[in-house]
Design a protein around this ligand. Structure first.
Ligand code: 5GP
Ligand code: MN
Length: 334
C-alpha cells in the first residue's frame, strides 16, 4: 500500500466510525475469514462495524467467531441498506467489482461512503478511495494481516482475529499448496499458530464436516466426469435434479472441482453446476501450471478469477454449455 494511503486511513480510523465490511456473493473461507478478521479488529478499536454479506455463507463456516453477527443483504435488505447508507467507511474484501455482490450492486452504486478495497483478484475497478489490490497474494486474509500491520496495530491480532485470518489463508491456498503460497505466508501462519490458533482443529471443522449425502453427491459428480486425455482436460456436471436427489445444501459442492485435477497429467478442469432458481449454470475452473483459467473464464463464460482458479456462468442449457466447453477444449493444446 502507498504510504500516503496508510496515513490517510490511520487518520480516518483515529476516531470511532460507522463501518460496513462486505465480502463477495457466495462468500467462501477467504471472504468470510477476511471480513470477520477485520470486523474483530475494528470492534477492538472502538468502531461500530458490521459485516454485510450479499447472500448467506455455507454452514461449514458458521463456527467462525462473529459469524452470528453477520447480516445477510438478501434476507434483511431494509436493515442492511440502512446500515450501508449510514456507514462512513465501507471495506470491500475479496472482490474488486460491485457486480460480484449481485443485487447489492445497485445499492452500493448509490452510496457516498469512503470505500477501501482489499483484494487479490485481477483488474480492480476504481470505486475505492483507497485500493490495496495485489494479485500476487494467495488470499485476501494474508492482505488483511498486512493491512493491520501497516496500521502499526499488529499487537491487536489476538486468537480470534488470528483464527479468522488463518481460515482464509488455509482455504484459499488449497491447504498451502497453490502458487501464491510463499515463505512469508508460512511465517504469518507460524505467528498465528503462536497466538493460539487451533491449527489441527480448523481443517477438521472445514473439511471433515460432510454429511453422508454430500459425499454421495461427490460420488455422483465423479461418476459424471469426462476426460479429454489429449487435451489434458477433465470436467464434471451436476444437474439441479441430481443436487435435489442428494439433498443439496449450500456448501455441498465446495471443493468438488479439485478432484478433476487429481488425475495424473490432467492440468485443466471444470465443474458445471445447474441452478434452476437463478436459471444459470455456475461454472468453476481450475488449472495446474501455466494455463490461465481467469482469461478463459473472461473470454468464454462471463467470469473471471485467478490464473489457476476462476469461475463463470452460462445462461443456456447444461447440454449447450457443456457442448461449448468441449468445442473450446478440443482446440486447446496444454
Ligand atoms: P469458485 O470456482 O471457487 O467459485 O471461484 C474461484 C475463483 O474465481 C474465486 O476467486 C472467485 O472469486 C472467482 N470467481 C468465481 N466466479 C466468478 C465470476 O462469475 N466472475 C468473476 N469475475 N470471478 C469469479
Ligand atoms: Mn480470496
Amino acid at each position: 500500500m502507498k504510504i500516503q494511503d496508510i496515513q490517510a486511513i490511520q487518520s480516518l480510523l483515529a476516531s470511532p466510525k460507522k463501518i460496513a465490511i462486505i465480502p463477495h456473493r457466495g462468500p467462501d473461507g477467504d471472504a468470510m475469514g477476511s471480513t470477520l478478521g477485520l470486523y474483530h479488529f475494528l470492534i477492538k478499536n472502538n468502531h461500530q462495524a458490521t459485516v454485510i454479506a450479499p447472500n448467506d455463507f455455507p454452514n461449514f463456516l458458521a463456527w467462525l467467531p462473529g459469524s452470528e453477527t453477520v447480516k445477510i443483504f438478501e434476507k434483511e435488505t431494509e436493515i442492511c441498506t440502512k446500515i450501508l447508507q449510514e456507514a462512513e467507511i465501507i471495506f470491500t474484501l475479496d472482490f474488486n467489482a460491485f457486480h460480484r455482490t449481485g443485487e447489492m450492486e445497485h445499492t452500493l452504486n448509490k452510496l457516498n461512503a469512503t470505500f477501501i478495497m482489499i483484494d487479490h483478484h485481477q483488474k480492480p475497478d476504481d470505486y475505492a478511495a483507497y485500493t490495496y489490490s495485489d494479485t500476487s497474494y494467495g488470499s485476501t486474509c494474508e492482505m488483511v494481516y498486512n493491512f493491520i500491520n501497516f496500521l502499526n496495530k499488529k499487537e491487536d491480532i489476538d486468537k480470534t482475529i488470528a483464527t479468522c485470518i488463518y481460515t482464509g489463508i488455509l482455504t484459499d491456498s488449497g491447504s498451502f499448496r497453490f502458487p501464491g503460497t510463499t515463505g512469508n505466508t508460512h511465517r504469518i501462519i507460524a505467528e498465528l499458530i503462536d497466538l493460539g490458533v487451533e491449527n489441527t482443529e480448523i481443517p477438521v471443522l472445514l473439511f471433515d464436516n460432510s454429511s453422508f449425502s454430500r459425499l454421495q453427491l461427490l460420488g455422483r459428480a465423479l461418476q459424471n466426469m469426462k476426460i479429454f486425455e489429449e487435451h489434458k482436460t477433465s470436467y464434471m456436471t451436476l444437474t439441479q435434479e441430481e443436487l435435489d436427489s442428494f439433498h443439496y445444501v449450500k456448501g455441498d459442492t465446495e471443493g468438488i472441482v479439485n478432484y478433476g485435477l487429481s488425475i495424473k497429467d490432467i492440468v485443466f478442469t471444470a465443474i458445471f453446476i445447474e441452478n434452476k432458481d437463478e436459471g444459470i449454470i455456475k461454472i468453476s475452473f481450475r488449472s495446474q501450471g501455466g494455463f490461465d483459467v481467469n482469461q478463459f473464464a473472461r473470454d468464454h463464460f462471463n467470469g473471471g478469477g485467478h490464473s489457476n482458479a476462476a469461475g463463470g456462468r452460462s445462461e443456456v442449457s447444461m447440454e449447450e454449455t457443456v457442448q461449448k466447453f468441449e468445442d473450446l477444449v478440443k482446440k486447446l493444446t496444454l
